[in-house]
Design a protein around this ligand. Structure first.
Ligand SMILES: [Zn+2]
Length: 65
């Protein structure tokens, strides 16, 4: 999620701040075309406020399925 107060992206599970370049899991629709990948920018993620999981949480949660 995007925290509007701190202007940081945070893990939805543990609340950890997401660093630039960090590998994360996001609930995001697959882009329709190759050239549409530009839409997956920080601004777009901020605007959509998509759920984000840090790599540690995504590994833990996905392992439960
Ligand atoms: Zn986390």
């Amino acid at each position: 999620m995007f925290n509007k107060d701190t202007k940081e992206f945070q893990c939805n599970n543990c609340g950890k701040n997401i660093e630039t370049g960090e590998v994360v899991w996001t609930k995001w629709q697959f882009p329709p075309k190759n050239n549409a990948s530009q839409l997956k920018s920080r601004k777009a993620l901020e605007f959509e406020n998509v759920p984000i999981l840090c790599s540690a949480c995504s590994e833990k949660l996905i392992a439960k399925f």
